[in-house]
Design a protein around this ligand. Structure first.
Ligand code: GLN
Length: 295
């Protein structure tokens, strides 16, 4: 078995340009998935001879990975905020960057207060489910317009024992009359001609979850303009966006009449999340409140 894994990691390193360590790890993850065992089992069975069936199962997964398919789609799982989420090609693969959005949300959610929380475009459900589990008193609603995504998100909530209200909704469409203390979203925000869409894992992800018009701001613009009508006074809107979109997003937030707009950076040092707050005395229908900036 050791020689099969060694050969596979060489192939992975060459085909995908991975570091040696990363390639060895991927080979082990794929083998554990193909054989339905824990990665630790592989170490203990290093010298075993592979059965033809096990060999074939591994080769077929390896071939798909060599052709570029993301590991998360092959294994069907990805960790987010310390929990395993099922993923399929119907949803974006949860990214560590998005944990920043969760952390900023948690800071605004005192554990003992029952607040209403909304996640727009929930995909796998990783943000909504994490917030529901971290804040059991919170009432979390999550929407998506993709029924396959909603089915998967519901399954993740079941597996992880989270209580989330899932709704089939194109952004705010099904939420008329409702208001939330916190709205979070990781919408599509990549410019549709960005070469990033043709590289690596991203090629296999749903383009509807990634691309948002010529400047990548189509959905962010629409969400920010609509959000004040769905926020409680004092409620926060937090949005993930591209590294170069912070200033544009803060401007949109101010134009929507939201206060205290700010941008936060992810672990890689990229501007990644911006947000703002509906003033306590905001009156809907009034023209935008004077811009307030706290960057
Ligand atoms: N951060 C993601 C990427 O660069 C994009 C995620 C999104 O559009 N919401 O691939």
């Amino acid at each position: 078995m050791a020689n099969v894994l060694a050969a596979a990691s060489h192939q992975l390193a060459a085909a995908l340009g991975l570091e040696k360590r990363e390639a060895r790890l991927e080979a082990r993850v794929l083998a554990a998935c193909a054989w339905n065992v824990e990665p630790a089992w592989l170490i203990a069975h290093d010298t075993d001879t592979l059965s033809a069936a096990h060999g074939a199962a591994f080769e077929s997964l390896l071939a798909r990975r060599l052709a570029g398919e993301p590991v998360a789609y092959l294994t069907g799982s990805r960790e987010f905020f310390g929990r395993a989420f099922q993923v399929t090609p119907d949803v974006l693969i949860p990214r560590p960057d998005t944990e920043l959005l969760v952390e900023l949300a948690l800071v605004r959610l005192p554990p003992d207060v029952p607040l209403d929380i909304l996640d727009l475009g929930t995909g796998s459900g990783c943000i909504a489910i994490t917030l529901a589990l971290e804040r059991p008193r919170g009432r979390v609603t999550a929407v998506d317009r993709s029924s396959t995504a909603l089915t998967l998100a519901r399954r993740n909530a079941d597996i992880l024992n989270a209580t989330v209200e899932f709704l089939d909704s194109d952004w705010f469409a099904a939420l008329a009359g409702r208001r939330f203390d916190l709205i979070v979203t990781n919408p599509p925000y990549v410019a549709s001609a960005d070469p990033h869409l043709n590289r690596g894992d991203v090629r296999f992800e749903p383009v509807s979850a990634l691309a948002a018009g010529a400047d990548g701001l189509t959905d962010l613009r629409q969400l920010i303009a609509a959000a004040p009508a769905y926020l409680m006074p004092g409620g926060w809107l937090l949005l993930e966006h591209g590294w170069d979109q912070g200033e544009a997003v803060r401007t949109l937030l101010r134009h929507a009449g939201l206060a205290h707009s700010a941008t936060w950076h992810d672990l890689a040092g990229h501007a990644r999340v911006s947000g703002a707050q509906l003033s306590e005395n905001f009156t809907l229908g009034r023209s935008a409140a004077p811009p307030v900036s706290a960057e």
